[in-house]
Design a protein around this ligand. Structure first.
Ligand SMILES: Cc1cc2nc3c(=O)[nH]c(=O)nc-3n(C[C@H](O)[C@H](O)[C@H](O)COP(=O)(O)O)c2cc1C
Length: 197
């Protein structure tokens, strides 16, 4: 049965309000409880995420779920990178903060030599990430999409065994149960919407 019906539910219906609330309430989480999120939930989230629109059905996304050992090595790498640029104290501070992120999922996008395809593939991967974050949020799991310098450092690609000539990083997604959920604001939609005749 088609999901598209001529009598689409009113935006005032409960399910539409719940959907809007899910989208609006999702927040980037910085502080997490040290409770592990089951891998099975993350696999389910990925399974839903990949139904994002993608032009020519290129399915350009790749996901890397990091285990404890790889997380530990990534934390040491960030300590090294930050120490190189800002000194030992800053490196230790960053490493401590990163070590407190319970779950790590890297999302990459296949590289394309064609500029338009690359742009469209990246857009599709971004849509997949949003699907993933919303799925997790609905399950009570917070997340943070990060694109810090480590995600562009060749040593990070090497550590994960990713070919930097074939894939680019869309984001490193940290996830876990939120200790604190921040507030955020958005400008009203009317300020960013132009309605044409
Ligand atoms: C492509 C992308 C990259 C991001 N990278 C970072 C980052 O490196 N560090 C960070 O603190 N937040 C990062 N964020 C999260 C944004 O800061 C966050 O979405 C924004 O503050 C709005 O908060 P909200 O997600 O709670 O609505 C990134 C978000 C996106 C979409």
């Amino acid at each position: 049965m088609s999901r598209v019906s001529r009598s689409a539910p009113s935006f005032e219906s409960q399910s539409m309000r719940e959907l809007a609330e899910l989208i609006r309430s999702r927040r980037t989480i910085n502080l997490y409880l040290q409770t592990a999120v089951p891998d099975e939930l993350v696999r389910e989230a990925i399974d839903a995420a990949i139904w994002a629109p993608n032009h020519h059905v290129t399915e350009p996304w790749r996901f890397y779920l990091l285990g404890r050992e790889t997380i530990g090595r990534s934390v040491e790498l960030v300590r090294q990178i930050v120490t190189e640029h800002k000194g030992q104290k800053a490196g230790d501070f960053k490493a401590k903060s990163w070590a407190e992120k319970p779950g790590w999922l890297l999302v990459t996008c296949r590289r394309s030599e064609d500029e338009l395809t690359q742009q469209e593939d990246y857009a599709a991967c971004s849509a997949a990430v949003q699907n993933l974050l919303l799925y997790l949020w609905q399950a009570g799991v917070g997340s943070k999409w990060t694109t810090g310098p480590i995600t562009r450092d060749p040593r990070f690609f090497e550590l994960l065994g990713i070919d930097a000539d074939a894939e680019l990083v869309v984001g490193l997604i940290w996830y876990g149960y939120a200790k604190v959920t921040p507030t955020q604001k958005r400008r009203p939609a009317g300020e960013v919407l132009t309605e044409l005749p």
